[in-house]
Design a protein around this ligand. Sequence first.
Ligand code: ADP
Ligand code: MG
Length: 549
Amino acid sequence: MSIIQEKTVGAKLLAECLKEQGVTVVFGIVGIPVVEFIGFRNEQSASYAAGAWGFLTGRPGVCLTVSGPGVIHGLAGLGNAQVNCWPMVLISGSSDTTQEDMGGFQELRQVEACRQYTKYAARPGSIEQIPFVVEKAFRTATYGRPGPCYIDLPGDYIQGATSRKVSIHRQVPEAPKYQADPRDVEVAVQVLRTAKNPLIIVGKGAAYARSEKEINHLIDSTGLPFLPTPMGKGVVSDTHPLCVAAARSKALAKADAIVLLGARLNWILHFGMSPRIHKDCKIIQVDICPEEIRNNRETLPLVGDISLVVSQLAEGLKGYQYSQQSPYLKELKAKIHANTESNEKRYKDDSIPMSYHRVFSEIKQRLPEDVVIVSEGANTMDIARTVFDMYSPRLRLDAGTFATMGVGMGFSVAAQMFHTNRKVVAIVGDSAFGFSAMELETAARAKLPLVIIVVNNNGIYHGLDHGEFNKTPIESLPPTALLPETRYDMIADAVGGKGYFVRTPEELGSAVQQALNETEKLSVVNVMIKPGGKKKLEFGWMSNPEPKL
Ligand code: ADP
Ligand code: MG
C-alpha cells in the first residue's frame, strides 16, 4: 500500500491508483502520462478495445473519455462488455461539481447513464475517496461474473488537490474460486455415465476462465465429443478428433445430455429450446453466476469456477469412457465428413468475382497457426467461423453475444497491443469496416502492423455491381447497397500503410502473403467478391424457437 501526500492533484492520484492496479495500457481519447496510452479517434472503438483487453488478459481493460458525448460513445463499449461478460473500467471526466445542473460544458448525468450497463458506477465522494472507488471498480469488474464498471471524475476533482495524506489500495488479488456442491456433481456424473448422446459445449466463459488445461483433460480422458461456441473456439483445438463443430446442428438436436461450460442459453444456443435442442435433453449448466442457472429452461446446476468444476467432473468420471463406436458419434462423424467435402468443393470455386469460400480458402492456406483472428460482418463472420480453425484459446474475437458491428478495429488494436509477437488479422465485411475505418490512423500511429482484409460485396448483407447500381435510380436503391468498389484500401495508403485492391485468387494470395510478411506497416486488402444482387434478406440468427412465419 503506498501513501500519497497531501496537495496531490486528483489526476495524479488516479494515475497512481491505476498503476497500483497493474494497468499498463489505457485506451481513450485524452491521455494520462503514467501508462502507455492509445489515443483513438472515437471513444466507441476505444471502449471496445478496453473490453477486448479484459477478455484477453483477465484484468479490466481501461478506457478514458471526456465528458458528455464522450461518455455516450463509451456506452457502446460498456454495453458490449456487459453482454459478453468481460471486465473493463470506463473512466470519464465530467463537468465541475459546482456547476451541477447549471448547463455546464458537456454536462450529462453520467453515473446514471452508465448505471444500467455496468456492475458498479460511481462518482467518488471526494478527491480523497478516489482510491476507494478505483479499487472497488477493479474488484467488481473481475469478481463473480465479470463485467464493466464506471468511474466518474468531475473536473474539479481532476484539477483539485488532496487535503490530506491518502493511502492507495494494493492490486486486487485474483478472484476467489469456488467449487460446485458435491451433491450436484454426483447428479451430473450419473447423468453423463448413462447418457447415450453426450455433448460438451465449450463457451467463451471457459476461454475467459482459462480452463483449457482442465477441459482438454476432461475430453481426452472421457472421449466425450465437444462443440465450441464462436469465441470458445481454440480452448480445445478445432482439429481435435472429438470436435463436432462441423456437425453442429445435428450434435445439438440429438444430444440427450449436454455439459454447458461457460455459455448461456441465449440466441447463440437457440435459447436451449426445442427443436434445436431436445426438450428432454439434460443440460448440466456450469456457470459462475447462480442467477444464470435455469434461464430459459430446466437445467442441472453446477455453480462454480469452470476450472474447478471441470476437475470435479473429471474426478467423478474416473474410469468412464464414452464409446467411440456409439451411433451418435458415428452419425456425427459421417455428417462432418459430408460437410467437409462440400466445403472443399466450394474452396475450389473459380468464378470471378470470388465467393466467400474461395476468398477464405486463399487466406486460410497462408495464415500461421498462432494467428489472432478478429472477425465481424454478417456473412463474412458466419462463414469465416466455419472455415478458420483455432488451435489455442482466446485468439478469436468477433461481434460476440451483442452482435456488435464496428468492433473490428478496436479489437484489433487491443489484440495487437497484447499479442506483440503474433500477427493480428481482421477479416471484416465492408459494411462492418465502415463503422470505425478511421481507427486505421490510430493503428498506424501506434505502429501496429495489422492486416485488415475487407471482404467487399458492395453492401450490407449484399450489394449491387457497378452496372446494376448505375442503372438504378437513387430512390430505388436497396437500403443494403453501398457504393460499389469503394477503395477502402486507399485509407491504408493515406496513413502510410499499404493498400491492396484485389479481384482474383492470385492477387488475393499475393496480397495476403505480403501483408503477413510486413512487420511495421499496417495493410488493408480490399477483396471484391460477388455482390449477391437483390436477394431477399435472410437472418438465420433471428430464428425464433417457435417460428411464426
Ligand atoms: P458464449 O458466447 O460462448 O455462448 P456466454 O458469453 O453466453 O458464452 O457465456 C459465458 C458464461 O461464462 C457467462 O454466463 C459467465 O457467467 C460464465 N463465466 C465467466 N467466467 C466464468 C468462470 N470463471 N467460471 C464459470 N463460469 C464463468
Ligand atoms: Mg458487405
